[in-house]
Ligand binder design. Structure first.
Ligand code: FES
Length: 76
């Protein structure tokens, strides 16, 4: 497995909140970017949310809908 865990992160976001979600797999604070991608070609996925909601962020880094979970972890 190349990700951090074999399931998704359940994250509650607020309207106007901006998240930088790690896409390199090197963050020590997953699923958030901690700057560990510096020096690589990887970049975090950055999104500002328009409403309060709960999102499922991929923890296995195998999702085809990154940074969001598509259930790929269940096939690992
Ligand atoms: S630490 Fe992984 S994208 Fe920034």
């Amino acid at each position: 497995m190349k990700g951090w865990q074999d399931s998704a992160y359940l994250v509650e976001v607020k309207a106007g909140e901006r998240l930088a979600i790690c896409q390199c797999g090197k963050s020590s604070n997953p699923p958030y970017c901690d700057g560990s991608h510096k020096g690589t070609e990887d970049k975090p996925f950055i999104e500002t949310f328009k409403e309060d909601k709960t999102v499922l962020i991929c923890g296995c880094l195998e999702s085809k809908r990154k940074p969001y979970c598509d259930g790929s972890h269940s096939r690992l």
